[in-house]
Design a protein around this ligand. Sequence first.
Ligand SMILES: NC(=O)c1ccc[n+]([C@@H]2O[C@H](COP(=O)([O-])OP(=O)(O)OC[C@H]3O[C@@H](n4cnc5c(N)ncnc54)[C@H](O)[C@@H]3O)[C@@H](O)[C@H]2O)c1
Ligand SMILES: O=C(O)C[C@H](O)C(=O)O
Length: 338
Amino acid sequence: MVKAVVAGAAGGIGQPLSLLLKLSPLVDELALYDVHQSQVQGVSVDLSHISSPAKITGYDNTGDSLDGAKAAMKDAGIIVIPAGVPRKPGMTRDDLFKINAGIVKGLIEVAAEVAPKAFILVISNPVNSTVPIAAETLKAKGVFDAKKLFGVTTLDVVRSETFVSEITGIKTSDLNIPVVGGHSGETIVPLFSKATPKVDIPDDKYAALVNRIQYGGDEVVKAKEGKGPGGSATLSMALAGFRFAEKVLKAAKGEKGLVEPSYVYLPGVPGGDVVKEANGGLDFFSVPVELGPNGVEKVTNPLTDLTDKESSLLKECLKKLPKNIEDGVDFVKAPAQK
Ligand SMILES: NC(=O)c1ccc[n+]([C@@H]2O[C@H](COP(=O)([O-])OP(=O)(O)OC[C@H]3O[C@@H](n4cnc5c(N)ncnc54)[C@H](O)[C@@H]3O)[C@@H](O)[C@H]2O)c1
Ligand SMILES: O=C(O)C[C@H](O)C(=O)O
């Protein structure tokens, strides 16, 4: 019996992500949680009419109590978190920290209490910092299992597949492109030299391709012009979030060979120490993760034999990512200084 939870289910990502999870045969119960009371109840009733097996329940936060969150997450097997504010034109993901840091911390505290064994997938931005916040919160509660905490960076992989396919003509479904580092701007490092099948990116297209992958989120924010629900990527993100959640659930059921990059806590996962040595000592990094019944089975070090161009990208990533991680860790460990 698999209970999945979407926290932030009434939002731009939450709604289509909930639809995809409702359609999945891997989910027996789908609990939708959001602080937007009328919206989440409406979405729940709407989805409950779909004739797929997953049973839908909807929870909100009437008043100040966290009872809704607790009931939604109770005994969950997987909790996906797209709760929080998205960007508007002119904002960076780091601008979201002020609001989303507290939202993620609060939700993780509830998860720690009522579903300490759940897989937790963090979508809320800035992922580079919200995942460290989640890790430190779980540590403080004494229930941290790094193998079960994932920052969802799949959208960077999905974008890489799409944009590389446009250049090379290789079908997206055949492409496997590791994208490592973090999830914002220059912290996003696509490694085309490690792609399968081999991809040939012409020199004159390389810089623009990398830029489009690193700033694909900005392309969407700009196109949406701050209007409508969400504001940044919602539909492509719902697909990406579902793709990652589905792999986690399939691996939990015993399917082998499932690998996808994800932003994880390296000291707590098999193989993480090698990556940490290669990235200059960072605890959090997105790396190809092999999934198993208990979450991360092992991670592989993607930072070997990089091309000169990739080494330069990594160098830029390593200038920015440490501060993002530190901000997240300090938010939980040293809040008075923030
Ligand atoms: N990881 C990624 O690749 C990626 C991609 C796209 C967007 N995002 C991020 O995902 C987040 C959500 O984006 P969106 O477009 O769905 O935004 P949205 O505003 O449309 O939806 C967010 C939802 O979260 C709810 N919410 C707020 N506080 C909550 C709380 N404490 N508990 C439960 N629900 C709460 C809101 O009521 C709203 O329904 C943003 O932070 C955005 O930057 C991440
Ligand atoms: O760009 C954003 O703010 C949303 C998301 O992180 C994205 O990559 O689309």
